[in-house]
Write a protein that binds this ligand. Sequence first.
Ligand code: CA
Length: 125
Amino acid sequence: MSFPPTRDPIEVNLWPGRVAQWSLSTQAGFTQNLLIKDADGNILVNASDSGTKYFAKTGTFMGGKNPHTVAISANGKPSDVQAASSAMVLGGKATSKTYLFASEDLGDGDYQDSFVTLTWFEFHG
Ligand SMILES: [Ca+2]
């Protein structure tokens, strides 16, 4: 499922207490920032980078209270963001779900200034 470009922050529902992994890639002159919070305002990810760097930053966190918000900005200004999501389902139960976010910070329409993946898993370990 994909969505047209929108201004972030974008709301996503994660599984509370389940591990989520994330990555940030940049192809941008401006400094990109990825900020992910839970509904209580807890900051789960706050990562910045610039230049052409694939998997510039990666990490994990535990999902908190829904809805979570994902915000991508460049030099402190909110970017336009395309989003898509896909779930793996087995026997009617999701085993993982992945969101993709691609941001545009200036208007040239390449939508790769930031590229973010966010996956969470029903099971871990
Ligand atoms: Ca761009």
